[in-house]
Ligand binder design. Sequence first.
Ligand code: PEP
Length: 244
Amino acid sequence: MRMVVANWKMNHLRRDAEAFCASLLGAYKPVDGVVAAIAPPFPLIPVVSRLVAGSAVRVYAQNAHAEAKGAYTGEVSMAMAMDAGCTGVLLGHSERRQYNGETEATLLPKVKAAAAQGLLPMLCVGETLAQRDAGATLDVLRGQLSILAQAPEGPIAVAYEPVWAIGTGRVATVEQIAEVHAFIRKELLALMGPRGGDVPILYGGSVTPDNFQDILKVPHVAGGLVGGASLDPAKFLKLLDIAA
Ligand code: PEP
């Protein structure tokens, strides 16, 4: 299975989402084994869900809270994300680790809550440039992945996104991606047993239609988590084509 996930981050208003979905659905031909998903900002989740209803396009949340409900002003629960039309949720994106203090301690309950709700948790991991330069990449990833030793039952996905490659135009080399994806697979097998072999591992970081083909050839790369290029429906369609 391959996946192409559009992370819109904090971009787009309703009219942009409507235009995007109209262009996408006008040309999108679903292919067996290729998952297309859009992760819009919260207010656009019901909008996109309604527009893609009846198509194969899935909708993910960019985050959600671990608690089921209660006094958590400004938060959105897994059940609310699902109720709005999501089938998956990004967890631990590096921007949330950086700006919202997400850590392994906050992410494990989120992974469990997502799975309990029936949402696909997509755990994002990745090292900063300073960590890579210090030779700490694999140690950082080992720490971020460690929560999967307590992975709940059910499907789970991982996205490797080197922080220095996100939104910078500086894509990791295929050698760097190959090294890390092989390492992640090894860790997943050690942490989760044989089911770790089935976890899709996506790459993210300045993915474009120009580099995606080469990235997809790397062993253990099951698709792309795409920020900037996913805002343009023509580029998203191209990426889906390449994954097919
Ligand atoms: C992302 O935010 O998940 C991402 C990979 O962004 P970009 O494609 O813009 O680097």
